[in-house]
Design a protein around this ligand. Structure first.
Ligand code: DHB
Ligand code: FE
Length: 279
């Protein structure tokens, strides 16, 4: 019987990759953010996941504004990173888990989620940065990957309520998976940030705190805002909190927070890292 060991959430600002590449983790700008990670490393070493189900958003590497699925699930045997123009090194390839992907896809479609299945998929900074942060010295990634993409880019976006329901459907798939895997759920992106327009640089610590405070105990509280309200509260790119909401759904009904780090700003973003366990 597979076990869901918990959930890991973090921001995926590309500049983090540059800081890791340069070894800047202990400089005054970066230290408060990287200080959130010894606990993550300790926890991962303890719970030893061998599969990661990752809720993230594509930033143009797979899908562009002309074709953008609302929900897309990877079902590939391998995923690679590619140059996105951020000047980051290319990351190691990621081994997939196609059998588990198809099991999740069957559940999602059975639960009436009209997803796109992708037997080829690239991973961008939304996935590579959280992996680099989690396993900084790994020669090869220690987990197999099932990536799930949510459209947080091209409106209309799926509602927070729909994302939580989608995550809960993934949870049902994980709960019925008969393999012996130890599964970590990952949500990436956010928290509040806006990269463009009149409000570029906008950050909202009150809304971020509201999201972090309710994530474990009452995730439905995060579904009370419309997408328009979420854009106002979190910024145009802060809607990446949808990835966190879906990941929280995939964790299961009861959860407790075991770790939190919040630091403003990293680049243009309120950078947050959290760990949740099933309660
Ligand atoms: C930044 C944040 C993001 O979520 C992203 O995808 C790209 C850039 C930033 O703050 O620089
Ligand atoms: Fe992003």
């Amino acid at each position: 019987m597979a076990e869901i060991v918990g959930a890991y959430f973090t921001s995926h600002v590309p500049a983090i990759g540059g800081a890791i590449h340069r070894g800047d983790q202990q400089t005054p700008y970066w230290k408060p953010f990287f200080d959130g990670f010894p606990k993550v490393h300790e926890w991962l070493a303890e719970v030893k996941p061998d599969v990661a189900v990752v809720f993230n958003n594509d930033h143009g590497l797979n899908f562009f504004l002309d074709k953008l699925p609302t929900f897309a699930v990877g079902a590939a045997a391998e995923y690679s990173n590619a140059d996105e123009g951020w000047g980051l090194p290319l990351y190691k390839p990621f081994t997939g888990h196609p059998e588990l992907s198809w099991h999740i896809i069957e559940q999602l479609v059975g639960d009436e989620f009209d997803i796109t299945t992708c037997q080829e998929m690239k991973v961008d900074h939304a996935l590579s940065i959280p992996f680099e942060l989690a396993w900084p010295d790994a020669a090869a990634w220690p987990v197999k990957l099932v990536p799930i993409h949510i459209n947080t880019v091209q409106h209309p976006l799926p509602s927070a309520k729909r994302c939580l329901a989608m995550g809960r459907s993934v949870h049902r798939a994980l709960a019925s998976w008969t393999g012996a895997e130890r599964i970590v759920v990952i949500g990436t992106g956010g928290l509040s940030h806006q990269l463009d327009g009149k409000r570029a640089g906008f950050i909202n610590p009150d809304y971020d705190r509201f999201c972090m405070d309710h994530l474990a105990s009452d995730p439905d509280a995060l579904t009370g805002h419309s997408i328009r309200e979420m854009v106002r509260l979190a910024g145009t790119q802060g809607v990446e909190i949808l990835n966190w909401i879906a990941a929280r759904g995939a964790l299961g009904e009861c959860a407790r927070e075991i770790h939190r780090n919040y630091h403003i700003p990293i680049s243009n973003t309120a950078a947050a890292t959290m760990l949740l366990e099933t309660a």
